[in-house]
Ligand binder design. Structure first.
Ligand SMILES: [Zn+2]
Length: 215
């Protein structure tokens, strides 16, 4: 994919997320690796509904901001994933309603944020780590991600929103949609004796689709 195509894809998928209410206002940020090892990043204060391919912040392979608008203040969060996961080709962060709601529930498992209800959430996300609340833009968020040593592709920032890394923009967007949908199902099923996936079903999924589940 050329850089021009990548710029267009970032803006197209961001708009799709925005149009479906998965992030609102000027929330959310997205980044992707360029072929030369640099990064394209959504600028600070911009809406996912109106990202301009020509205005994306561009970083060179050494991590220097070389052109485009000023990048999101959550850069440390993005670079933490790229630096610890060699397979990361894109990172997306949203303020998606159901994930945020589920992060406030008192009995959520911080080491496995989503209850095992559907196969695709497990296949696309593995175990999702719930991180504590941080002030927006706090570099400590990046440090918390680095503390996971690249073992998780998806984290949930409590009372804030999910952050997911994928091999490319499309994979990262699909995975974060699974996270939001998993949280929505979890909210819907809360208090109901719902039949989630059994341990045997989870083991079969993890084996068949080579999910990094024990990390
Ligand atoms: Zn945020």
């Amino acid at each position: 994919m050329t850089e021009t195509q990548l710029r267009e894809q970032i803006c197209l998928l961001a708009k799709s997320l925005f149009d479906r209410g998965l992030t609102h206002g000027s929330t959310g940020n997205i980044s992707a690796r360029t072929e030369d090892g640099g990064l394209l990043v959504s600028p600070t204060g911009t809406s996912f509904g109106r990202l301009d391919p020509a205005m994306l912040s561009r970083f060179d392979p050494a991590g220097q901001h070389v052109d485009g608008d000023k990048p999101t203040k959550e850069m440390p969060l993005h670079t933490a994933f790229y630096d610890t996961r060699s397979t990361a080709g894109a990172v997306v962060h949203l303020h998606s309603c159901h994930s945020v709601a589920w992060s406030m529930m008192p009995d959520v498992d911080a080491d496995n944020f989503l209850p095992p209800l559907t196969p695709y959430a497990i296949m696309k996300l593995g175990r999702v780590k719930l991180l504590p609340f941080f002030l927006p833009g706090d570099p400590a968020m990046g440090e918390a991600v680095r503390g996971l040593a690249g073992k998780r592709s998806a984290v949930m920032l409590a009372n804030h929103g999910p952050v997911v890394a994928g091999k490319d923009v499309e994979a990262a967007c699909h995975a974060i949609e699974e996270l939001e949908d998993g949280a929505r199902l979890a909210m819907m099923m809360r208090g109901v004796p719902a039949r989630g996936l059994t341990p045997d079903q989870i083991t079969a999924l993890v084996t068949k689709f080579d999910v990094d589940w024990d990390a």
